[in-house]
Design a protein. Structure first.
Length: 116
């Protein structure tokens, strides 16, 4: 069983930065491909980024490519999302989950609001 807890969200001005964290319980974190997802108000949840188990390969949605960086520390059972040059359209609740997603892994998410 894996439990995921997201943190690090908040209110930031356009152009600012935030770093999200995803803390995982359970012993299988290090063998899972993991991802970040987000859901804006009134919209469907969308995929943001993927990182493979060893961290050697990453992939990003076009909307965040060049601005966001996904990383992980398997020794700490933690994944991160460094978000730079934030835009109002990045406003959403951000979630972490496996890739592909596992229904039972969804947590509460962390709110990111980009506004002046």
């Amino acid at each position: 069983q894996v439990q995921l807890v997201e943190s690090g969200g908040g209110l930031v001005q356009p152009g600012g930065s935030l770093r999200l964290s995803c803390a995982a319980s359970g012993s299988i974190f290090s063998i899972l491909a993991m991802g970040w997802y987000r859901q804006a108000p009134g919209k469907q949840r969308q995929w943001v980024a993927t990182i493979m188990p060893t961290g050697g390969s990453t992939n990003y949605a076009d909307s965040v490519k060049g601005r966001f960086i996904i990383s992980r520390e398997n020794a700490k059972n933690t994944m991160y999302l460094q978000m730079n040059t934030l835009k109002p359209e990045d406003t959403a609740v951000y979630y972490c989950n496996s890739v592909p997603t596992t229904e039972s892994y969804w947590g509460q998410g962390t709110q990111v609001t980009v506004s002046s």
